[in-house]
Ligand binder design. Structure first.
Ligand code: GRF
Length: 200
């Protein structure tokens, strides 16, 4: 199964997936292309340095759907079957969601449905929760509310700052995303309503 990863920034989840795929930890998966909408995304340079196929597809002031159509065309040209959002900071248009329905994943740094949207780690600290974590889910028209594939719990320590909490969550993100992509790539799951169930 060919993977395409969309990024906008640092790209650490993209690198974790790229390494996992390269080392055979996502059986049957191959990373076909990394696409950034940001010219200065650090992850773009890291991906290129790893010898991965990279593309920059900037919005250039175009309407969202038009930008997304260019990304869809690039993903199709690379025969991508599964799209992983990894710190991709633009909302996807219905055109994109329809084109890759059930085949687009996202990772979010909270235990969804708590703290969707931006600054999830800051939201968790501000709320005073004692546990938070990260979630991998299918992308649909909702914001961070598509069917949950997997999540991982991380403790909040009394002396945490947004940065220390984000760093603790990020370690788990890298493992969780790899596991979730491996599950989806294996096809050993079924969706019942909103529930993503592992096939026995
Ligand atoms: C991660 O915390 C991810 O959960 C969120 O954006 C951040 C991206 O980090 N969606 P990176 O670019 O993968 O390092």
């Amino acid at each position: 199964m060919k993977l395409g990863i969309l990024i906008s920034g640092r790209g650490s989840n993209m690198l974790a997936l790229a390494r996992a795929a390269g080392e055979g930890r996502i059986p049957g998966a191959e990373l076909a292309v990394v696409i950034s909408d940001q010219r200065d995304a650090q992850g773009l340079a890291h991906a290129a340095a790893m010898g991965l196929e990279t593309l920059l597809i900037e919005r250039r002031g175009r309407p969202r759907a038009e930008h997304d159509r260019e990304i869809i065309a690039a993903l199709r040209a690379h025969k991508v079957e599964l799209v992983c959002l990894a710190g991709y900071m633009r909302l996807l248009s219905p055109v994109f969601i329809e084109a890759f329905r059930g085949r687009t994943l996202n990772i979010h740094p909270s235990l969804l449905p708590a703290f969707p949207g931006l600054d999830a780690q800051r939201q968790a600290l501000a709320h005073g929760v004692k546990w938070t974590g990260c979630t991998v889910h299918f992308v649909d028209e909702t914001l961070d509310a598509g069917p949950i594939i997997a999540l991982r719990v991380v403790p909040v320590e009394d002396d945490d700052t947004v940065e220390t909490l984000a760093a603790r969550i990020l370690v788990e993100e890298h493992n969780l995303y790899t596991e979730a992509v491996a599950l989806v790539a294996s096809g050993h799951y079924k969706i019942e309503g909103r529930r993503v169930l592992v096939k026995k």
